[in-house]
Ligand binder design. Structure first.
Ligand SMILES: [Zn+2]
Length: 413
């Protein structure tokens, strides 16, 4: 009985530490021990003990005492996440390149590297070897700086089963890939997942890194619900409900790019007709604007040309974008009506198209949402727009620590 009781004590301590770290990360203002005790329901004595553990293990540091917030006459000393000890690694293979990012628990990007490349019909062994070659120096850099790497994530542009098998990524021409066959995967043991889901996680304030004081430029709160649409050659999506990604029963929820908007539309790579991707995907837009067709339509140069022509008012480009927008609005409205959330975040390629794009989308969506009398639709551009899936993947790695901090304490580098 004695050993059973001590195991439960450890579990409880682990759980409490996890809740405290989560509370610190999600807060938009620094919290003192007294604030944390109040927010978590822990006693002041327990909070004091666990606070000491978090300080000893360099998870938090004490800020300057705040004499305006005194408790029993003593100024309160708020905590903030310490810099320089705990890191997650994000990996991504996408249709336009591959890269690696190391992220500090305080939200600082420690190191990152991205290689632009045309990834269609590439050899997975070759790409994983190249990703391995750019990750190695970043891992070495972390060790040299005294970081403890707690976990990693791998964002892929396709359907991923159980975090370790890529069932298919049509825009790469890859399928049925057991990820454990790659050295990089065996070495870092990342949690693999769909890129749109990882990009969506990166938008949730305080999900796995310290939220900026005052909330930063995010218009979301940590428990908001939203639909994230990730746009590139393919279009992906994720549904976030109250701060948690709803992955569905098999892990494949949110595939908005394959919602059909026209039963007689063009045939999609998935086999259906009139999918959103065939109107609003990067390649589809370049072809519809008559810039180039076929393999050359996926090049970043072709996308730049589309953007240039659209800005100059070229009728072909403007028409293509308008048609893409119609398709996007149709799918967004269907998604809002299906899952009942009021916020859509438009990420990726499409977020380049004009400062008033969000407002235009909002105005048109409002007309199409069934509950419009009661629902105020918001369309937001992502607050994390630079490599959001890569950052989200690193945050997935950091979550391993946040969910189980005690297992990492007291161990070496
Ligand atoms: Zn499709």
């Amino acid at each position: 009985m004695a050993s059973l009781r001590s195991i439960n004590q450890e579990d409880l301590r682990n759980h409490n530490l996890s809740v405290i770290i989560d509370t610190i990360l999600r807060s938009s203002s620094p919290l003192s021990r007294a604030d944390l005790a109040k927010a978590t329901g822990l006693t002041k004595a327990t909070m004091s003990l666990l606070g000491a553990m978090l300080l000893d293990n360099q998870v938090v540091r004490e800020m300057q005492p705040d004499s305006s917030q005194s408790t029993y006459g003593r100024p309160s000393t708020p905590f903030t996440v310490a810099h320089g000890r705990w890191a997650g690694i994000g990996l991504q293979i996408n249709t336009d390149g591959y890269g690696c990012m190391a992220l500090d628990l305080d939200g600082t990007v420690i190191d990152s590297r991205w290689e632009d490349d045309d990834m269609r019909e590439t050899d997975p062994d070759d790409i994983f070897a190249r990703l391995d070659a750019i990750s190695g120096p970043i891992e070495e850099d972390l060790r040299r700086k005294g970081y403890r790497t707690v976990g990693s994530g791998l964002a892929l542009p396709g359907l991923v089963a159980d975090g370790r098998e890529l069932l298919m990524a049509r825009n790469l021409g890859w399928g049925q890939l057991k990820l454990e066959r790659f050295d990089l995967f065996r070495r870092l043991g990342p949690v693999a997942g769909n890129e749109a889901r990882m990009a969506a996680l990166a938008q949730i304030p305080g999900y796995a890194t310290q939220r900026p004081v005052g909330g930063g430029d995010s218009r979301l709160s940590p428990t908001d619900s939203f639909i994230y649409i990730s746009t590139d050659i393919g279009i992906g999506g994720a549904v976030v409900k109250r701060g948690t990604v709803d992955v569905g029963d098999h892990g494949f929820a949110g595939e908005l790019g394959h919602v059909s908007v026209d039963l007689n539309g063009p045939t999609c790579r998935c086999g259906r007709r009139g999918c959103l991707e065939t109107y609003a995907g990067r390649r589809a837009l370049v072809e519809a604007a008559d810039i180039v067709t076929g393999a050359r339509a996926v090049s970043p140069r072709a996308a730049d040309e589309l953007y240039r022509r659209w800005e100059a008012g070229d009728p072909g480009a403007v028409d293509a974008i308008d048609r893409g927008l119609d398709a996007m609005i149709s799918v967004m409205a269907s998604a809002i009506n299906t899952v009942d959330v009021d916020t859509v975040i438009l990420g990726g390629f499409w977020s380049n198209f004009g400062g008033n794009l969000a407002q235009r989308l909002e105005d048109r969506l409002t007309q199409l949402v069934l509950g419009r009398q009661a629902v105020k639709v918001r369309v937001l551009m992502p607050s994390v727009a630079e490599y959001p899936a890569l950052r989200g993947a690193a945050e997935v790695g950091l979550r391993k620590f946040i969910d189980n901090p005690l297992t990492f304490f007291g161990q070496g580098v």
